[in-house]
Design a binder for this molecule. Structure first.
Ligand SMILES: Cc1ncc(COP(=O)(O)O)c(C=O)c1O
Length: 435
């Protein structure tokens, strides 16, 4: 008996119809896209009835697990009350969600402004920073990712993505060095944040810098800077009168084993953005939160039209309460440790680095542990494809494209992680034999 509500013929037809009608402007690995028929917890089932362990959490959205009953209940109840009224007015769940977010964020944050997606929330953050400071420029970090719309691309580092927008992007943004400790020639014990030497000069050379935008921990590759790195960046940007915009779109809502990534460092930004799981997986919801000095100078408008949808807000609120009540933020911390210990215990020569902060990060594959040479593209693709065939839904990420990004729902169990690690052990050995 198949797990799928569809017959094999119906499933084939759905896959073909997807291929014919749905635009997918990227190259996808073998077996993708998966057309999901249903999902529960950490498992998704495709239209053919194949189960996958979802190590992407639906692209880092379903932090409490797919189709959590509490989220479904909250969304269903709200469906009978009111759906959408625009940002010009308000709904009870949007009011309560704004309140909850401000309560959870540092004391520098006073209010929330809802929009519909992460890229949009970041664009509003850039606009707020410019209005608040009267300055034009924004610094971002090398390897930083803040979205793919034209405005957010201005602060996304990847040349591949920047090129895709066509030239020119504006010259109002510039990159600062990120903390890539694994490939740093310094040892952590002797680190004096040398990667930041020159930071002050760069900021001084750009006196019109309104803000630095950054993730507290870079999701691309799972790069967590040391405390002293953040202390130095924070001090420098204050000295040069730049606001700090923290993008918590992926690091937020428990992903890193704390409610927000900034909680690891005690950072007090003037602006914080959020998205992804904020909607509880129901529709799309994002937010730009700010302190009162920034808010006082912010002129917006009554759009985005669909910002703060009541059903999404009710679901997002239910997700936050579920994370708290079920101890899922702490589970993320513990499961990140379990993942780290289990991955190193495989003793595989291709495992160069295991990088988890809570359940943000993954495993970096190298050809040689001593030289840290990146595993070649053919072997990486073979590993990805074989894991997929084993029923493991993952993405590959990182500055060098060699990090198996492993970010399941925060409700993942140790047994599920062990199932993944057993598959990884098998796959790495088999691919080594074959390439
Ligand atoms: C850190 C970060 N910022 C911004 C975005 C953009 O969000 P969206 O895809 O909702 O526009 C993402 C999405 O992956 C993200 O991970």
């Amino acid at each position: 008996m198949s797990n799928s509500p569809y017959t094999a013929e119906q499933a084939d037809e759905l896959v073909q119809t997807d291929e014919q009608y749905v635009m997918r402007p990227w190259t996808h690995p073998a077996g993708e896209p998966v057309i999901v028929a249903k999902a529960k917890g950490c498992v998704v089932t495709d239209v053919h009835g194949k189960d996958y362990l979802d190590l992407t959490a639906g692209y880092f959205v379903n932090n409490a697990g797919h189709c959590h009953p509490r989220i479904i209940e909250a969304a269903t109840q709200q469906l009978h009350q009111v759906l959408q009224v625009s940002g010009k007015h308000g709904t009870v769940p949007a009011v309560r969600l704004a309140q909850r977010l401000v309560e959870l964020l540092p004391k520098t944050i006073d209010q929330a402004f809802f929009s519909t997606g992460g890229s949009e929330a970041n664009e509003f953050a850039l606009k707020m920073a410019r209005q608040a400071t009267g300055k034009t420029d924004v610094a971002f970090l090398e390897n930083g990712y803040h979205g793919l719309t034209l405005g957010s691309l201005e602060v996304t580092a990847s040349e591949k993505y920047r090129e895709s927008a066509g030239r020119p992007l504006s010259d109002h943004t510039f990159a600062l060095p990120t903390a890539y400790c694994y490939r740093c020639p310094k040892r952590p014990e002797t680190c004096a944040t040398e990667c930041l030497d020159g930071l002050e000069d760069r900021l001084a050379a750009r006196p019109r810098t309104a803000a630095i935008i950054a993730e507290p921990i870079q999701a691309v590759g799972g790069l967590a800077p040391p405390q002293k790195w953040w202390d130095r960046v924070d001090a420098a940007r204050r000295k040069h009168g730049a606001l700090l915009i923290l993008d918590e779109i992926q690091t937020g809502l428990g992903r890193t084993g704390k409610m927000f990534g900034l909680d690891h460092y005690g950072l007090e930004p003037e602006i914080v953005t959020g998205g992804k799981g904020l909607s509880g997986g129901v529709g799309s919801l994002a937010v730009t939160c700010a302190g009162k000095d920034v808010i006082a100078k912010f002129f917006g408008g009554t759009t985005p039209t669909s910002g703060g949808n009541a059903v999404s807000a009710a679901a997002g609120l239910a997700m936050i309460e579920t994370l708290v009540d079920e101890g899922l933020v702490d589970n993320a911390r513990r499961m990140g440790e379990h993942f780290t210990a289990g991955a190193w215990a495989l003793g595989d020569p291709w495992i160069g680095d295991v990088r988890f902060t809570g359940l943000l990060g993954g495993i970096a594959l190298v050809a040689d542990r001593a030289t840290k040479e990146v595993l070649n593209k053919k072997a990486l693709a073979a590993v990805k494809d074989a894991l997929h065939a084993e029923g493991m839904l993952i993405t590959v990420s990182g500055l060098h494209g060699n990090v198996l990004r492993l970010q399941p729902p925060l409700s993942v169990t140790a047994a599920q992680i062990d199932t993944f690690l057993a598959a990884l052990r098998k796959v790495l050995a088999a691919v080594r034999q074959s390439v």
